[in-house]
Design a protein around this ligand. Structure first.
Ligand SMILES: [Zn+2]
Length: 339
């Protein structure tokens, strides 16, 4: 069983869903939402296992055939749908393909479940097609929608779902869970520290240290860039990190842009903590020296301004603003300060 699953057991969203299940009172549609990396997909899998597990005593057992097929997304009464790798969004075609699944009855009278991961990546036509399905509910079909950004989903969809929020986990809990799955103490500390509450991210890094190394490399580069503060260096960095697709494919660079902003915000928070003398709270302990130099150089006003600009940029991008323009004005602001 994946360690993150343990944490799902303590998750309020999980407990609420289980209560409804135990009382035979499940609704038609649920919307699981939270930041990237908090474990939404794992929670969804866990909810499906609860519905389909063959164990009679300890549902979900996590290892019966059905539980395993749920994790493989191959169980017959589930349909797991997400953006195709070569597409910018979830298309109407994908939603149309749901029709047959939704119309077919389950053999044992079990529910049939549609998972849309991530529903906020549907394009307008797909949203409208889904809305039609939600308005004419088929018997025994449950929709589990996953989303990062509720602002990208129309009210009409949200109002048809019960909301299941997934939040951040305390650092100690993440360390414990990582240790339980065999990660040695120092590494568990590091992973939990960098994941900053996002347990799904900690697990991803636990299983794939390349992604963690890439992240730390970006952090190192960002600290250097902020220190040097030269337009050309920033442009090169932005081009490398955000220009994988052409500028028209807004949706595909949006997650990378938000991730980059999050990292900038973490660095900003680290500077704030150092200025306040709260050195032990800083996530990036290994970059303490570089960060301390920056913290000493930056005035309070400049730091406050930077954090405010980052938050404004995030709001703009979440509201589907142009990613490149948003970054350019952010950088112009940063570079306007003379050192
Ligand atoms: Zn099972």
């Amino acid at each position: 069983m994946s360690n993150i699953v343990f944490s799902a057991l303590n998750n309020p969203a999980w407990q609420y869903f289980k209560l409804l299940f135990d009382n035979n009172n499940l609704g038609q549609a649920y919307l699981i939402y939270g930041m990237p990396g908090v474990g939404k997909a794992v929670l969804a899998e866990r909810l499906l296992q609860l519905l389909f597990c063959q164990d009679t005593a300890g549902k979900p057992c996590g290892h019966c055939q059905n539980c395993r097929q749920v994790v493989g997304h191959s169980y017959q009464d589930m349909h797991w749908l997400e953006k195709l790798p070569d597409k910018q969004d979830i298309t109407i075609q994908q939603i149309r393909e749901l029709r047959d699944f939704v119309r077919t009855r389950s053999w044992q009278g079990e529910p049939r479940v549609v998972v849309i991961n991530l529903a906020d990546e549907m394009n307008t036509e797909a949203v409208n097609a889904l809305l039609k399905m939600l308005e004419e509910p088929a018997t025994g079909v449950i929709f589990l929608l996953l989303a990062v950004n509720l602002r990208k989903l129309p009210r009409t969809i949200i109002s048809r779902c019960q909301l299941l929020p997934v939040g951040l986990a305390p650092k100690e809990q993440i360390v414990d869970l990582l240790k339980m799955s065999g990660v040695e103490f120092n590494l568990a500390q590091d992973l939990a520290q960098y994941a900053d509450g996002r347990i799904g991210l900690a697990e991803l890094w636990m299983n794939n240290d390349v992604t963690l190394r890439t992240h730390l490399q970006v952090v190192k580069e960002l600290i250097e860039l902020i220190t040097i503060n030269k337009w050309l260096a920033w442009q090169n960095f932005i081009n490398r990190n955000l220009a994988k697709e052409n500028s028209s494919s807004l949706n595909s660079i949006q997650p990378a842009a938000l991730e980059l902003l999050s990292t900038c915000q973490e660095i900003g928070r680290a500077l704030l903590q150092l200025k306040l003398g709260l050195d032990n709270l800083v996530i990036y302990q290994k970059q303490q020296n570089e960060l301390k130099l920056l913290a000493a150089r930056w005035s309070w006003a400049r730091l406050a301004d930077w954090l405010k600009s980052l938050e404004a940029a995030r709001s703009k991008i979440l509201a589907n603003g142009n990613v490149r323009l948003t970054f350019e004005s952010l950088l112009a602001k940063l570079i306007s300060y003379e050192d």
